[in-house]
Design a protein around this ligand. Structure first.
Ligand SMILES: Nc1nc2c(ncn2[C@@H]2O[C@H](COP(=O)(O)OP(=O)(O)OP(=O)(O)O)[C@@H](O)[C@H]2O)c(=O)[nH]1
Ligand SMILES: [Mg+2]
Length: 325
């Protein structure tokens, strides 16, 4: 059987340094990419996951599926993947340490159930909470089978949660690499525990507009989000990192949930020159989700033009944010 990298799960190989799983020789446990990521924080652009073969292989698995979606990525796209999975499955809303305190889990759960027609159990989890880890432990104890799959969107925190579970619940160290960049885990990694085998997996990639190393680092949110309110006059633009512009075509205000590391400015003139733009009418009390970036709440119906984005980068959803500011 071929040897696999203990950091990302890819099959080790000595032929091609540009392909995944490359090592100088087979005595190594980590592939070159994981070694550099762990020790030098080096991000290798262009490591891509074949979404179709990943989804096909997931559907063939048998066991209890834990599907991770991080709070800011709750979208139709990600929940459609969840709905498509065979049962038994549980939806885990991860990184719940970043959820504003004014937004209760009960309210969010109701929103998820209604908006995405989810009937399965929904659990809210975060990496640094023993009670989150215990919730998973209980689900594992109550499941008669032996296989547990950590699935979900890339960057949702699957590997981090598994590492915390192994450390805090099982009392062992784990070698799985976690990082703020997408596609860190590249294949299944099987870990034996006292309750059965947990299989970490490659996250499902999604189209995101910002894709350089610095921006991935900036996008990480380490503590509770504080909604930022921007009143905007007709014709004003909200500029994010000089790459994305939300131009409003009428007086409105936008409440933003996104990383405070991003540079956000108001601009009265076009600030970016992007060939990509399109218009949208946002209904009142809606969220504009920009995938991988954040959530923008519109209390009032507003016509906008989005610059620097493609249509597949965004979703418009009824909001859970009423009353937040
Ligand atoms: N705020 C917060 N950040 C988290 C949490 N869990 C993970 N992260 C961060 O999220 C990023 C992604 O974590 P990973 O564990 O590598 O995510 P993953 O789902 O395994 O990603 P892939 O392997 O690419 O599918 C890292 O920067 C983590 O530090 C959490 O509970 N709260
Ligand atoms: Mg991972």
């Amino acid at each position: 059987m071929s040897k696999r990298c203990i950091g990302c799960g890819s099959v080790l190989q000595i032929e091609n340094p540009l392909e995944t799983g490359y090592v100088f020789d087979f005595s190594k446990d980590y592939c070159m990419r994981c070694f550099r990521l762990k020790h030098y924080h080096e991000f290798q652009q262009g490591t891509e996951i074949d979404k179709k073969s990943l989804l096909d292989s997931i559907k063939k698995k048998k066991g209890l599926f834990f599907f991770f979606v991080d709070f800011l990525q709750l979208s139709k796209e990600s929940l459609d993947y969840f709905l498509d999975l065979p049962s038994p499955k549980i939806l885990l809303v991860s990184k719940c340490d970043i959820i504003p305190k004014s937004l209760t889990y009960a309210k969010l759960e109701k929103w998820i159930t209604q908006e995405f027609h989810i009937q399965e159990r929904i659990l809210f989890v975060q990496r640094n909470s023993l009670s989150s880890l215990k919730k998973i432990q209980r689900e594992m104890e109550n499941y008669p089978g032996n296989d547990f799959y950590f699935l979900g969107m890339t960057n949702a925190g699957k590997s981090t949660f598994l590492n915390a579970f192994l450390r805090e619940v099982e009392g062992k160290e784990s070698s799985i690499v976690e990082s703020e960049y997408p596609n860190t885990t590249l294949d299944f990694i099987d870990i034996s525990t006292s309750l059965g085998v947990i299989h970490d997996s490659a996250g499902i990639p999604y189209d995101i507009p910002l894709s350089d190393k610095k921006l991935f680092e900036k996008s990480q949110i380490k503590k509770e989000l504080h909604p930022l309110n921007y009143p905007l006059k007709k014709g004003t633009r909200l500029l994010i990192e000089d790459l994305i512009e939300i131009e409003v075509l009428e007086d409105t205000s936008i409440v933003c949930l996104l990383s405070q590391n991003y540079r956000i400015q108001k601009s009265y003139q076009p600030a970016i020159e992007s060939p990509e733009f399109f218009s949208l009418k946002i209904p009142d009390k809606s969220n504009l989700l920009i995938k991988g970036v954040g959530v923008f709440y519109f209390k009032r119906e507003t016509s906008i033009v989005l610059h620097g984005l493609k249509r597949e980068h965004v979703e418009v959803l009824p909001s859970y944010m009423g009353g937040l500011s």
